[in-house]
Design a binder for this molecule. Structure first.
Ligand SMILES: C[S@@+](CC[C@H](N)C(=O)[O-])C[C@H]1O[C@@H](n2cnc3c(N)ncnc32)[C@H](O)[C@@H]1O
Length: 220
């Protein structure tokens, strides 16, 4: 049995199966036009590499895998996991040099303290409040002490919204525009210490401001 496959998770998974090809087409190469994303991910890569020889990181909720080559180009050894089998299929097709598997971030297929870092780029914003402490603990479980977590998220008022409608593909799911305070509470509550937080206003077609948080696993 797949853990956590409740009705909301199934709705989210099914929606992202439908969205996979749209994301593969729209998001490939978009990093080139996002200097803030590059700066924050670049900081994560530098700090992770400086922390020790182990460069294994996971892109958790990797979607179509667009960040995998970027992380590898900075010197890390990334692999991806995603809830949606269609996202994973697109990632394997478009970025075949990287490992990529179907998994729920609340039940990661990694040993305790086996990773130098985790990247959660717009993948934590679907977690309902009651699910957050266990989910962030699971992320902390797989990162070794002294390793790093970095996340980007739609920044807002912690209220739930219905996402997906604007794609016109007939999908909907719950999405939370988390306040930076709530994101930091969850990250630090799970055993990380904040290294950097930041944000920027919405640009182009983005519907919300964007938040960024980089944190170090305590104990290293
Ligand atoms: C907005 S997309 C971002 C994809 C990718 N990180 C990027 O920046 O292009 C969110 C991704 O998170 C995945 N996701 C959502 N909840 C998840 C969960 N509980 N476990 C694993 N992946 C999840 C979705 O399937 C989707 O591919």
């Amino acid at each position: 049995m797949v853990p956590f496959m409740d009705a909301k998770t199934e709705e989210l998974r099914a929606a992202h199966d439908v969205l996979a090809e749209l994301y593969a087409e729209r998001l490939a190469g978009v990093m080139d036009s996002l200097p803030a994303d590059q700066a924050v991910l670049g900081m994560f890569c530098k700090l992770t590499l400086a922390a020790g020889p182990d460069a294994s990181v996971a892109d958790v909720g990797c979607g179509t895998g667009r960040l995998l080559p970027y992380l590898a180009a900075q010197g890390l050894s990334p692999r991806g996991v995603d809830l949606s089998a269609e996202m994973v299929r697109a990632a394997r097709r478009d970025y075949p040099g990287f490992g990529c598997d179907v998994a729920d971030l609340r039940d990661l297929p990694f040993e305790d303290a086996s990773l130098a870092g985790v990247v959660c780029w717009y993948s934590l914003m679907y977690l309902a409040p009651a699910d957050r402490p266990a989910a962030f603990s699971e992320l902390a479980r797989v990162v070794r002490p002294g390793g790093y977590l970095v996340t980007a998220f739609k920044a807002g008022d912690d209220q739930v919204r219905r996402g997906g409608r604007s794609t016109g593909l007939g999908v909907e799911f719950d999405v939370y525009w988390l306040s930076p305070g709530e994101m930091e509470r969850q990250v630090t509550g799970a055993g990380f210490t904040t290294v950097f937080w930041g944000g920027r206003p919405a640009e182009g077609r983005e519907g919300s401001p964007q938040g960024y948080l980089l944190a170090r696993r305590t104990g290293g």
